[in-house]
Design a protein around this ligand. Structure first.
Ligand SMILES: O=C(O)CCC(=O)C(=O)O
Length: 268
């Protein structure tokens, strides 16, 4: 077992830090507080060579708060707070777009943790973009507009993601497009960059055009980190200050991660 000393290095100039020389099993409270601070400061963290199984992930996840149970996701046998993210093929993936997790919930999750189990030899990267920077660098005109906006999120009647035919869609939540992070007090853009989002008070085509405008700004390369997975990696992100995008470029190859998601506040 490695010593619980902590070394951190930034992953880019804008988002993310890697924590080195640390074992996530059995962290003491002081080290956990350091990790929490690093997480809040950097929007997402990477820990290599952890090889967490479902029990380890559950124990680590519980340090962060109450579990958010993702609607319609089946937990792992014996681990009610942990789900599997598997390759469902390019056509079946629901995470290959810029999003913040379960934004269709009235009280979406604060953070998510992925523990890599099997990774393809190449491909299957995950990208992250800093939404504090996205907000702070908006032009004054767009920032003033963003402050007034609320976005409606829709699911099909069976609570599936709206893909293509939206005729059976129902609104399950609406949230402000700018939210104040409950722990850091910083403002961030809070949007899933998805054509099915509807901005209140705008027509469907206006809404799409405005969301596309924010998306182009908010996910520009200078705000992003792209994670290339290795077996044993643990990556966690703050859904209140970052969006992410799971790249599906690995065909039918096996890719398996375990995920835990932690409850958050009503966005304000
Ligand atoms: O599979 C990944 O890399 C990320 C999955 C994802 O987007 C999610 O769990 O929300």
């Amino acid at each position: 077992m490695r010593a619980n000393t902590m070394t951190m290095r930034p992953l880019t100039g804008s988002i993310g830090a890697e924590i080195l020389d640390l074992d996530l099993r059995g962290l003491d409270d002081t080290r956990f507080a350091d990790i929490r601070q690093a997480f809040l400061d950097n929007c997402m963290l990477v820990f290599r060579d952890q090889h967490l199984n479902a029990a380890d992930l559950t124990e680590f996840g519980h340090r962060w708060g109450e579990t958010f149970h993702t609607p319609h996701a089946t937990p792992l046998d014996g681990f009610p707070d942990t789900i599997a993210i598997r390759n469902r093929g390019k056509a079946g993936t629901t995470t290959e777009y810029w999003h913040t997790d379960s934004v269709f919930s009235p009280r979406p999750p604060a953070l998510s943790i992925l523990a890599a189990q099997t990774v393809p030899p190449a491909g299957g990267d995950t990208m992250f973009a800093n939404q504090y920077l996205a907000y702070e660098t908006l032009s004054p005109g767009l920032r003033a507009l963003a402050e007034t906006l609320r976005a409606g999120y829709y699911r099909t009647a069976s609570m599936g993601r709206v893909m293509g035919d939206a005729s059976s869609a129902v609104k399950t939540a609406d949230h402000p497009v700018v939210r104040t992070h409950p722990e850091t007090g910083r403002k961030a853009l809070y949007l899933s960059y998805d054509p099915t989002v509807r901005l209140e008070g705008f027509s469907e085509s206006e809404s799409r055009a405005i969301v596309a405008l924010f998306a182009a700004h908010a996910t520009q390369p200078a705000f992003c980190y792209r994670h290339r997975w290795q077996p044993g990696d643990v990556v966690m992100w703050d859904n209140r200050s970052a969006v992410h995008f799971a790249v599906h470029d690995y065909g039918e190859q096996e890719r398996l991660h375990f995920r835990m998601t932690i409850a958050g506040d009503v966005p304000r």
